[in-house]
Every structure is written in structure tokens, then in C-alpha cells.
Design a binder for this molecule. Sequence first.
Ligand code: DGY
Length: 324
Amino acid sequence: MKPYVFVGHPIERETRDYLEQHFELAVWNEPNKKVPAERLRDELQRAEGAMLTSTRVDAQLLADAKKLKVVSTVSVGYDAFDIDAFQEYGVLATHTPYVLDETVADLVLGLMISSSRRIAELHEYIKKGEWQPEPDSTFFGQDLHHRTLGIIGMGRIGEKVVRRARLGFEMDVVYHNRRRQPEVEQNYEARYMELDDLLQHADIVVVMVPLTEETTGLISTREFGLMKPTSVLVNAARGPVVDEGALVTALREKQIFAAGLDVFDQEPLPADHPLLLLDNVTLTPHIGSSTHETTREMEMCAAKNLVQALQGDTPQDLIKELKD
Ligand code: DGY
């Protein structure tokens, strides 16, 4: 008998066909509606494997999921998983690194450009029919080329952003990371800086760290106070890495010039969120990795991880804290 696997969101035909070769499959097929908590609990009790995206899996769920051997998230970030609980209950957890690096980097560049040149704001201005015949300097933005990019969290995606910024926009690059990255320093003349120095120095600050206890609220009131009034903040990592209340104040009081955000504390963003009242933001709905091509690749990667795990092999993308 094939192992029973639950998939918590609609998937591409190709992924489904592949999974069905190996598993008895149940798929939550309602787009735009999260699988209800009760259904998730029931499915995880029955399943040997699950494929999920941005779905909280904690000790309570795992304690009841007696048959569960592996949960595969279709994302590189795995902050939705309580990794200690996975360890405790002996359940494997996998993610989808590598396949999305270029795609997320593309979006980061998009947010950098839009925030600096005010593309989202000017788009609204034209759509409202407010375009005046004379050029209006109040709508001028800031150059991106030849300015200084500061990356906080120099992993694979950070490096792809640096390549684009350096080769395409001839930007100077500074970075802060837990470990120095000699190759990035050599290839892109990137300079390592302590966090405070980077915040004081960079024109564009891009946050790329994973969400952990240490990175929660990494950028808050004190940090905005260090940034230049002309600087732009881009966050395509996870919302809580930036203190959202402090960010709204910094944008409102023009402590910084603008922000480009793909991620938020609460997603979807509530309709009355103060960010929605600000002009100097470009907002995207946590879509960094979500192109047709890359979503397909991420799904197949997550599916292969499930197959490997349920065949008794070490899955290729086992989350690093669970290795050994
Ligand atoms: C990721 O892969 O972590 C993206 O942010 C989508 O969740």
C-alpha cells in the first residue's frame, strides 16, 4: 500500500502526477483559503507525509501525528516549523533552498527600483488622473546606480542581489552577516561592516536574514535612527525581522525615504493597516519566489524531498538543524 500524504494547498498537475506515482494523495484544493486547523490536525494524524507552505507546525500538532514521518515546506524559510518539536517527535522537516534564489533576487531589485524611483506611487498618481503637463519635482525620486547597497544577511539570495546591483547598477556593496563571506568580498568588492556602521553608511538597506529569535525586531526605532533620511529599506525576508510599528513611524516622519516590502507581521495585511496610508512604500503580497516557473520547481523539489524521506533515505533538503 502506498503511504498517505496530505498536501495543504493546490499544486501543479505535474507535481500531483509525480506525487501520485508514490503516494495515496489528498490535496487541499481551495485557492486563497487556508486549510482549517481541524482538517490539518486530522490529516496529520492520518498521514505519513505532508507538503505545506507557511503553515505553523508545532509540538501540539506533532504530538497527535503518530504516523507522521516528514513535513516538506514549499519555501526556503521554515520559521513556521517548531524545529525543537520536530526533533523531539522524530519527524523530518525539509525545505526548498537554491531553486528560488534568482527569482527572489529579481523581486528585491524590483522593490529597490520602485522604492527609489517611486514607481508604485507614481503609478497610482497616473491612474487617479492627476498627471499634470509640467514636470513636478515633488515626484522626483532618487538614483539607484552608483549608490551604496547594504545587505543584512549575506546568504545565497543576498549574493544574487549583489551580483545584479554590482553588474547592473554599478553599486558599491557593504554587508553584515554572522560569518564573513570572502568570496563575495572578492568577487564584488563587497565590504564587511558591523550592523550599525552599515545602517549609517548604506543608501539602500536590504534585509535578507531568516526569522529567528535573534533576528526578530532586528531593525527597530534605534536602527531607523541610524539610517540616512534619504535611505530606502527593502524587506523580502520575513515581516517580524523589522519592527513594523517603528517602520511606519520612520516612513511617516521621513526618517527614511521609502520602503519596499514583500513580507509583513500579519499576512494578508489587514485592510486598516497604517502602511496602506503611506505613499512612500511599495508593497507586494509575499510573492518573492512566486513565479510560474519557480513555483513549479519549488513544488517538485518539495515533492522529491517527501519521496526520499518516505523511501527511508535522507532527503536532499533536510533542514540543517535536523542533520545528524
Ligand atoms: C520562502 O521560500 O521562504 C518564501 O518567502 C516563500 O514563503
